[in-house]
Design a protein. Structure first.
Length: 359
């Protein structure tokens, strides 16, 4: 069975190739003793140490030496226009980038033809993005047209206001059966509002998950970008969700070597077939047990019920006989001469009663 590292490096040979890793912080996928790798982050090493100085979960002494600070400048400008790399690894990074389309294009610009972009992507069904809406193509198109270099106030507010924990964990994996009462918000909407304002008015970089995916929604997005001629890769390898993340390796294409139509068909053919996008199982408590109905009757109770049944049957029989007798008497009366002789009198009487009722 492939390990996590096997999946990430499935299309990469770190021993012979030169690569980049984004957002390694204290836990790089590719260490310098494994091969030639350079590290990219949103801040310098010293700035990262200052940022995490009071974070008990981060050992600042293990923060890697950052080679390139990617933010205001594009990646090609950072590494040099002529620099090309064999691969770029980004674990839990792509969902943070403000301009999804622009980010991919910058990476394509620094990869060799056939170079690999290896992505590890959180599956929103199994982490704190659980309640958020999936990213749509319109979302990434808008970000690209605005050339966002930091998360927008909308990104920040949606991310902060929707983040949840499950059973006190921010990621829980795809083997958990969800019990809704264990889902709790991490932040308040007021905190989200405050940070969104700070992002806009104080020009601060407020980190956020700008994009939200499942495997199927991710490949649906790529298909739309292929049709728009905004995607410069093909899918080389894919591993379905394990725990809270899935793995995608993209291969950089030579855009000038293929006709647009042929390239699009080639790219779309590389997308995995339809995947299961089933939402996590939700625990439904069993209904309370129903009190058992008394099924064992005492002999005395049986005798009482039988007597009651016999009494009701006799009563029905007597009423039926009385009804039949009454019908026979009525037929006999209506057939008699006296009934026929007095018929005019009954008509006059009924007529008079109707006239009086109208007054």
């Amino acid at each position: 069975m492939a390990t996590r590292l096997d999946k990430i490096l499935a299309c990469i040979d770190v021993r012979t190739e030169i690569g980049l890793e984004v957002g390694a912080l204290t836990n790089p996928i590719v260490t310098r003793d494994m091969g030639q790798v350079r590290y990219i982050d949103h801040a310098t090493t010293d700035e990262l140490k200052e940022k995490y100085a009071h974070d008990s979960t981060i050992d600042i002494h293990k923060i890697v030496d950052v080679d390139y600070v990617w933010g205001k400048e594009g990646l090609p400008e950072l590494v040099g226009q002529d620099a090309t790399f064999d691969y770029l690894v980004a674990s839990h990074v792509v969902e943070h980038v403000p301009d999804f389309i622009g980010w991919l294009k910058e990476i394509h610009a620094v990869l060799k033809v056939g170079g690999i972009l290896s992505l590890v992507i959180p599956d929103k069904r199994y982490c704190f993005d659980y309640h958020r809406q999936l990213t749509q193509v319109a979302d990434v198109v808008e970000a690209s047209l605005h050339h966002y270099r930091k998360p927008s106030p909308r990104h920040v507010f949606d991310y902060i206001s929707s983040a949840v924990m499950y059973d006190d964990s921010i990621a829980w994996g795809n083997t958990v059966v969800i019990e809704p009462q264990k889902i709790k918000p991490i932040y308040s909407e007021k905190e989200a509002w405050r940070l969104a304002q700070r992002s806009l008015f104080e020009d601060q970089y407020v980190d956020a998950h700008c994009w939200v995916f499942t495997p199927q929604s991710f490949f649906d997005l790529l298909e739309s970008l292929i049709n728009l001629e905004l995607f410069d890769f093909k899918v080389e390898q894919f591993y379905e969700t394990a725990g809270c993340e899935f793995y995608v390796s993209l291969k950089a294409l030579n855009l000038s070597a293929m006709d647009v139509g042929d390239r699009q068909a080639f790219q779309i053919a590389s997308l995995p077939p339809n995947l299961s996008d089933q939402t996590p199982a939700v625990f439904e408590p069993s209904p309370p047990p129903i009190s058992p109905v008394e099924t064992t009757l005492s002999p005395q109770k049986i005798i009482q019920l039988q007597r009651k049944k016999d009494h009701q049957a006799g009563k029905i029989q007597r009423l039926t006989l009385r009804l039949a007798e009454t019908r026979r008497e009525l037929v006999a009366i209506q057939s008699s001469k006296s009934w026929q002789i007095t018929a005019p009198l009954r008509w006059i009487q009924n007529r008079a009663l109707r006239v009086l009722s109208k007054k």
